[in-house]
Design a protein around this ligand. Structure first.
Ligand code: C2E
Ligand code: MG
Ligand code: MG
Length: 579
């Protein structure tokens, strides 16, 4: 029996009136709500704190059922877990419930109750005390929110997601159902973040979170996993086809444009989906499968979803093997540079060559760059490989000059990741010095995508490279993002028209695009190189259009250095057919 009920027992058993008054004052001043109920569950006595907390006068509450003051969902709990139990036992364990004040505000309370036998009346009296734990609960909720939710979006974080997924999986197992796990990654988010700033990026993420929340059903969980990656768990999936519906629904709602700080955005996402129990038995494997499927969606240009298949694992394994072999190839010196001649128009004299990497693998044969450069880009190995290429091109240039070959300019491809290295200019300068190669014989080819992230600092780097004495060129022009208007701000020397335009030109006999690029570049004092020239017709058309130089199979294929030396010895100027 607790002290409050001891007191009530004392009062009810007829303690002397002075003591009773003293105790009553004491009870009224206690910061706890105290009350007793009659046999019908109506309020018989209340202390002053009870009235103060709930905002009623004594006459408004006495004789009323206590359930009138208990919030909706807790009424039953009180009747079954408290009143019913006190019929059989003297005390109950503390019960969490909620009361509603006269003003309609909820109070979280921790209730204890006791039953005492009324000596005078012979019946049972029920006494209760309620501690106000509203503040305490709010603090706990805040701490939970911080520990289990993401600050920026308010969504459940990784921890809570895993927990909820685990629960959905257990439930699905019992009910013989599936749970879909979706890995959602916003396409090109880094680009938006870098171009518009983190503030806009953060708003986009919050908007994305809001949209995802709006489109989920009860029981689904959406969580921000990291950066621009969101996870969703969707229980009660009948089969794989159900996943298609969700995937499509997300892609659909993302399509609608929206405004953030005066900029209009239209986002797309890459989504990977795995299914429990088909694809894995534990949370980690399921997330991994969804992640793999997401990478596949990304590789396929994004704005799509992919459902995990075991074949995806095999491909990852293949990639891992390729990466391992590529690293070994560097140690074993299996990479070689091929050289493809470039001729000046209209006279057809060789003035340069583009250095193009090949991998002479004992196991795989001669591997073309498109089979390993993309992976090297992805893993970052391109940085190391790129410096190897530059060093080898500089070394070869020096050797050819020393052998007395007429001087030519060697073009070297620079990957965006290499260009983004903070010490790039310094490393280039070092390589030139080490190989004793004069910078004027080296041209660096960068693509439009190299500059998209930070145009201003790209300009600065290009200027520094030109200050070293190098020539700069834009490769694959017309395939990337940069608009023509950006060209005039770039301190470059030449532009290489992508070979797709050259092909188009001869197929349709329409050279208007090539024509326009050449005219515009000339107005900006830029030289134009056409790449992928395969036929005499293309060659002739390019001369007519005033193109400065060409590169392509029509002149010569990329070839190893010794073959290139022979090519140079035997080369006679290419004559156009048109007179
Ligand atoms: P790219 O820099 O645009 O190089 C031109 C590509 O077009 C070369 O392919 C070349 O062989 C091919 N090509 C040249 N003339 C013709 C033609 O008349 N017809 C056709 N159909 N193709 C022609 P390759 O050597 O396979 O290189 C492909 C791409 O790989 C290069 O495109 C470049 O982006 C990348 N790459 C090659 N070597 C390196 C390198 O050392 N570093 C980096 N970062 N990338 C490289
Ligand atoms: Mg190139
Ligand atoms: Mg190119």
């Amino acid at each position: 029996m607790n002290q409050t009920s001891e007191f009530f027992a004392y009062v009810h058993q007829g303690g002397d009136s002075l003591s009773v008054n003293r105790y009553k004052t004491l009870i009224d001043h206690l910061p706890v709500m105290i009350f007793s109920l009659d046999s019908a569950g109506c309020l018989a006595e209340v202390n002053a704190f009870f009235l103060k907390k709930l905002g009623y006068k004594e006459e408004e509450v006495l004789g009323k059922p206590i359930t009138e003051f208990i919030s909706g969902g807790y009424k039953d709990l009180f009747l079954t877990q408290c009143l019913a139990k006190l019929q059989e036992q003297d005390e109950i364990v503390p019960l969490e419930l909620q009361l509603t004040t006269k003003a309609g505000i909820w109070i979280d309370g921790s209730l204890t109750g006791s039953r005492i036998t009324d000596g005078a009346m012979g019946g049972n009296i029920l006494f209760f005390s309620i501690l106000d734990v509203t503040e305490q609960r709010r603090t706990v909720k805040e701490i939970e929110q911080m520990a289990y939710h993401d600050d920026l979006t308010g969504l459940p974080n990784r921890l809570l997601f895993r927990d909820r997924l685990q629960m959905s999986m257990s439930q699905a197992q019992r009910l013989n159902q599936n749970v879909a796990i979706l890995f959602i990654d916003i396409d090109r988010f880094k680009l938006i973040n870098d171009s518009y700033g983190h503030q806009v990026g953060d708003k986009l993420l919050a908007y994305m979170a809001y949209q995802l929340m709006k489109h989920i059903r009860k029981g689904d969980t959406v969580s921000r996993f990291s950066g621009d990656k969101f996870m969703m768990s969707v229980p009660f999936m009948a089969n794989e086809e159900d996943c298609y519906l969700i995937g499509n629904r997300i892609l659909d709602f993302m399509k609608s444009p929206f405004m953030v700080e005066d900029h209009e955005f239209q986002m797309t996402a890459s989504i990977g989906i795995s299914l429990f129990p088909r694809d894995g038995q534990d949370v980690d494997s399921l997330i991994k499968c969804a992640d793999l499927a997401m990478s596949r969606a990304k590789q396929n240009a994004g704005n799509r979803f992919e459902v995990y298949t075991p074949a995806m694992n095999e491909q990852i394994l293949k990639k891992m093997n390729l990466d391992r072999d590529m690293r070994k190839a560097l140690e074993r010196e299996e990479y070689v540079l091929f050289y493809q001649p470039q001729v000046m128009l209209p006279e057809g004299r060789v003035y340069g060559a583009e250095g193009l990497i090949r991998w002479r693998s004992p196991e795989r044969g001669l591997v073309p760059p498109m089979e390993f450069i993309p992976l090297a880009e992805e893993t970052g190995m391109i940085v190391q490989l790129g410096y190897w290429v530059l060093r080898d091109a500089c070394r070869q240039t020096r050797v050819w000059l020393d052998q007395g070959m007429s001087p030519i300019t060697i073009s070297v491809n620079i990957s965006p990741r290499q260009f983004a290295q903070t010490d790039f200019v310094q490393r280039v300068s070092q390589i030139l010095e080490e190989t004793k190669c004069e910078p004027k014989y080296i041209c660096l080819e960068i693509t439009e995508s190299t500059m998209i992230n930070d145009f201003e600092s790209s300009i600065k780097i290009i200027k520094d490279l030109i200050d070293l004495g190098l020539t700069m060129s834009i490769d694959d022009f017309g395939t990337g993002y940069s608009s023509l208007s950006l060209l005039y701000r770039l301190p470059i020397h030449s532009v290489k028209i992508d070979r797709s335009f050259v092909q188009q030109m001869s197929q349709s006999q329409d050279s208007s695009i090539v024509n326009a690029i050449i005219a515009m570049c000339h107005r900006l004092n830029l030289k134009v190189v056409a790449e992928g020239v395969e036929t005499i017709e293309q060659y002739d058309l390019l001369i007519q259009d005033g193109c400065d130089s060409v590169q392509g199979y029509y002149i010569g294929r990329p070839m190893p250095a010794p073959d290139f030396e022979k090519f140079m010895l035997n080369f006679k100027a290419v004559e156009p057919t048109s007179k």
